[in-house]
Design a protein around this ligand. Structure first.
Ligand SMILES: NC(=O)c1ccc[n+]([C@@H]2O[C@H](COP(=O)([O-])OP(=O)(O)OC[C@H]3O[C@@H](n4cnc5c(N)ncnc54)[C@H](OP(=O)(O)O)[C@@H]3O)[C@@H](O)[C@H]2O)c1
Length: 315
């Protein structure tokens, strides 16, 4: 038996409980991993909040989708994206449904070798935000010489998008609260405070104009200024404002109905992200860690909406 976090009802973080469940044996094409850290993402609390429906047949709900850990057993034909998966290997598992756990059986195809530049907590937070940022930059064609505006740049996805855009040779103007401006400067971006007067501040920071904009904040303000500043709407993308995005001809990315899930781009991005991390060009900023048994506290923290970088759970 090993520990797992479950949502026993739909509601707030108070519905989370820790339970003991057998992790199971890896079958063909699968591996068992001992989890060292699990990444926390806003979608994890949205899963039981009711925003995606509240069908009681889905309860109890396992949570999480990304983790780092060590392979402890493999089934037959356990082939990962970089070759056969071996017992003892340090790996990142993504997508790994149910990753809020001490042990988990995952498809071997979900396992990427852990870059040794990242510790366990950092490695657990590389993939979900990383593949989303990669998809955003691909969908808007951001490359050398571009100026890209990133709304909500200090959170999990934002910190990834800033680093990858800088690595691609783009100039980055990044919105965030003042508490995160030093961090964004260190990552190579020009920080700008969101809120009243945002348009003028962006114009001052990017006097030659803005070529592309990424909305990770989901506010009307973020899209309003993007529509004015970016001449080509196909170079504006949102991962949050699905309805407005679909009605305005911009790129709408993710799992919502009508959005582009980017399944292949995101799957392929995993190895690129691991390579960039291994080369020291991409890091994961973990601002908080919580014991697995305190998943509810971790969710209360990320629900405030002002997380810097990532939060990780430690079994
Ligand atoms: N569609 C997809 O595929 C996909 C994938 C991943 C995530 N998402 C969604 O994308 C959003 C961001 O995810 P995340 O993991 O980066 O979240 P996060 O780590 O919780 O970060 C949220 C960030 O938003 C910033 N923020 C809050 N209010 C803002 C405002 N009014 N204007 C600009 N920035 C503001 C905060 O920075 P300050 O402290 O500076 O305010 C915070 O750093 C979430 O809604 C998430 O569910 C979608």
């Amino acid at each position: 038996m090993s520990a797992v976090v479950i949502a026993t009802a739909f509601g707030g973080p108070e519905v989370l409980e820790i339970a003991d469940q057998p992790p199971g044996e890896p079958g063909p094409g699968e591996a068992l991993i001992e989890i060292r850290a699990a990444g926390v993402n806003p979608v994890d609390y949205k899963a039981y909040s009711g925003v995606f429906g509240a069908d009681p047949a889905r309860l109890p709900l396992r949570l999480g989708s990304e983790a780092s850990g060590v392979v402890t057993a493999v089934g037959p034909d356990a082939m990962g994206p970089t070759g056969p998966v071996q017992v003892g290997a340090a790996v990142i598992a993504f997508r790994a449904p149910g990753a809020y756990a001490a042990e988990l059986v995952v498809p071997a195809s979900a396992l990427v070798p852990k870059p040794d530049t990242l510790d366990w907590a950092q490695a657990s937070g590389l993939m979900l935000t990383g593949v989303t940022a990669w998809h955003l930059l691909e969908a808007t064609g951001v490359g050398p010489g571009d100026t890209v505006l990133i709304h909500g740049a200090a959170g999990g996805v934002g910190v990834m998008a800033v680093q990858i855009a800088v690595d691609r040779g783009a100039r980055v103007v990044a919105t965030a609260g003042p508490a995160h401006h030093d961090l964004l400067r260190e990552l190579g971006a020009t920080p700008v405070e969101y809120g009243l007067g945002l348009m003028d501040r962006i114009r001052a920071a990017a006097p030659d104009g803005v070529d592309a904009a990424l909305d990770l904040a989901g506010t009307d303000e973020a899209l309003d200024v993007s529509f004015v500043l970016v001449p080509d709407r196909t170079r504006i993308a949102t991962i949050v404002s699905f309805e407005r995005g679909l009605n305005t001809g911009i790129k709408v990315l993710g799992g919502a109905p009508g959005a582009d899930p980017g399944t292949e781009i995101r799957a392929a991005a995993r190895l690129e992200l691991a390579r960039l991390a291994q080369q020291g060009k991409l890091t994961v900023l973990v601002s908080q860690t919580f014991p697995l048994a305190e998943a509810a506290e971790a969710h209360r923290s990320i629900m405030h909406g002002h997380t810097q970088g990532k939060i990780a759970l430690i079994p």
